[in-house]
Write a protein that binds this ligand. Structure first.
Ligand code: G16
Length: 547
């Protein structure tokens, strides 16, 4: 096919490793960075086709492995509104990535072009960026070859956070329309979020400085720029773990994933009681908060706590605005702490639904709501105002100054939220704004409910693909009978809950457990992890029996 005439020549520079098969998973392709060159090259080809299938709208490509170790890397496609790639294309990505020869590659591309009735005359438009990983520049060069092979009009945004790239894509595709999202530049991004934040907090008490663990990733320089643009006593930050230059430091002993999984402060930070802390992950799309109490005990405010904080504030504003037809709902995953779910249902009295792990699944559920707040417990999430909610707000006629104030705050909050994807910087400003408006410390925020003790473990097995789940990933359907074992272990423990699922981003199986007491929770987690190890060909050390 003439449209793919250059592909074979470019592809010869980026041969596929014969012994590896790639799969487009929870967050795109993600594996050891040194094996990804052919895949990233091919994602360039796919991005071009995706853009053509959308009549030349801009598609994004982000090279990152987010929370994974520094030796890993990854790549994912961003759809026109800044959302994750439409699921029906994931199969194409996997097929194209695994084509063994140039001929097979061209055939796979031709199949996509035919299945999607793609018009070869449309000029593809793609923007791309990467995080700070050492393998990034080489992979970026491979991507540029893929884009060039299909004559793509391509622009690099350099080294930025993942959510910044999502924002740029949405801005570019909405420019000049009623849904215009902002300026597709770094200045535009910082000005939009800093401006909305300052509108919300004006007149409130200045918060104490916020200590940010930036995971030694791209969030470090970017959040410093954000604070410089805000230039306000309302945003005093101190960045820790901001070393993006020393090899081996990214996400190592620090970052949101480390803090959430280990439920302890990151390397290099000693928590002072009364001070305020948060952690980003390596590409700044997740955030968790934490503090130490007067006994120096560590307290985590994770994605569940962030989502309940935002949902509470939104619900209060909706009531204060006195506008009929606005309804807040919350989307969680199976990782949500059981007490957070009870709090949302029984205390806040808001509807809540469960989705599979992966922001794309939560985003999709939140889109079905009027105002949908979605967060994974790991700190990945945002909120969405549906077109119906926006129309209702637009038509609202306030009867009192209090109603006018609440409506103005709802608009400011909408501007402050990065609706395209979870964004550590935007989420941080939302949390800071809500806390300032309520006059709350982190401890006061934490009082809403107490987490059940929980534990998240990783088990390395021979082949994680044998693990299949149903029921929003809470029930195993394969390997056979393993779920019966999990059920029997859970039944022994008061308020016990546990589930097993294959990771979509790491070569591991994840085990989650919670229970009424720490001892029961840990015992349950290790017992389930041990069963997984024994029944599925565990590798390395068997998860240690607890106590
Ligand atoms: C990615 C996804 C998240 C998911 C996380 C872990 O996060 O975007 O939605 O929760 O991976 O997924 P899994 O348990 O399947 O490995 P990130 O921050 O690494 O992009």
């Amino acid at each position: 096919m003439a449209r793919f005439a250059s592909v074979a020549e470019y592809s010869a520079k980026h041969p596929k490793p014969a012994d590896i098969s790639f799969a487009y998973g929870t967050a795109g392709f993600r594996t050891v960075g040194s094996t990804l060159e052919s895949t990233v090259f091919r994602v360039g080809l796919l991005a071009a086709l995706r853009s053509q299938s959308k009549q030349g709208r801009v598609i994004g490509v982000m090279i990152t492995a987010s929370h994974n170790p520094e030796c890993d890397n990854g790549v994912k496609l961003v759809d026109p509104m800044g959302e994750m790639l439409q699921q029906s294309w994931e199969g194409y990505c996997t097929r194209v990535a695994n084509a063994a020869t140039s001929d097979e590659l061209v055939a796979a591309l031709a199949e996509v072009a035919e299945a999607e009735a793609i018009d070869a005359d449309v000029t593809p438009r793609v923007v791309y960026a990467r995080d700070t990983r050492p393998s990034g520049p080489l992979l970026q060069a491979a991507l540029e070859d893929g884009l060039a092979a299909l004559g793509t009009d391509a622009v690099s945004f350099g080294v930025v956070t993942t959510p910044q790239l999502h924002y740029y894509v949405r801005c570019l595709n909405t420019a000049g329309t009623a849904a215009a999202y902002g300026e597709p530049t770094a200045e535009g991004y910082f000005a939009k979020y800093a401006g909305a934040y300052l509108r919300l907090v004006e007149g409130k008490q200045h918060p104490s400085p916020l200590h940010i663990d930036a995971a030694n990733g791209v969030g470090a320089p970017e959040v410093r720029k954000l604070a410089a643009v805000a230039a306000s006593p309302y945003l005093q930050i101190e960045v820790h773990n901001g070393d993006t230059g020393t090899p081996g430091k990214l996400n190592s002993g620090c970052g949101a994933d480390y803090v959430k999984s280990n439920q302890r402060a990151p390397a290099g930070m000693v928590l002072a009681p009364g001070s305020r802390y948060c952690s980003f992950d390596g590409d700044a799309d997740r955030i968790v908060y934490y503090y130490a109490d007067e006994h120096s005990t560590f307290h985590l405010l994770d994605g569940d706590k962030i989502s309940t904080l935002i949902a509470t504030y939104l619900r209060d504003l909706v009531v204060a605005a006195g506008v009929e037809g606005l309804q807040v709902g919350v989307v969680q995953t199976a990782y949500a702490n059981g007490n957070s779910t009870s709090y949302i249902k029984d205390t806040l009295r808001l509807p809540t639904v469960f989705a599979k792990t992966g922001v794309k699944h939560l985003h999709h559920e939140a889109e079905q709501m009027n105002i949908g707040v979605y967060f994974e417990a790991n700190g990945h999430g945002t909120a969405l105002f549906s077109p119906a909610a926006v129309a209702t707000l637009r038509a609202a006629t306030p009867q009192t100054p209090a109603q006018q104030d609440a409506i103005g705050r709802l608009w400011a909050l909408r501007d402050l939220i990065n609706e395209s994807v979870g964004d550590a910087m935007s989420d941080m400003l939302v949390v800071e704004a809500v806390l300032a408006c309520k006059g709350w410390t982190l401890a006061q925020w934490d009082e809403a409910y107490t987490d059940l003790p929980s534990r998240l473990l990783k088990v390395i097995v021979q082949d994680r693909a044998i693990f299949k789940t149903t029921n929003a990933e809470q029930t195993l359907t394969s390997p056979p009978h393993l779920q019966d074992t999990v059920d029997a272990l859970v039944a022994r423990v008061p308020r016990g809950r546990a589930f097993v699922r294959p990771s979509g981003t790491e070569d591991a199986v994840r085990v989650y457990a919670e229970a009424a007491t720490r001892a029961d929770c840990d015992q349950l987690a290790y017992a389930v992890a041990g069963a997984v190890f024994d029944r599925a060909g565990g590798r390395g050390e068997r998860p240690a029996e607890f106590l």
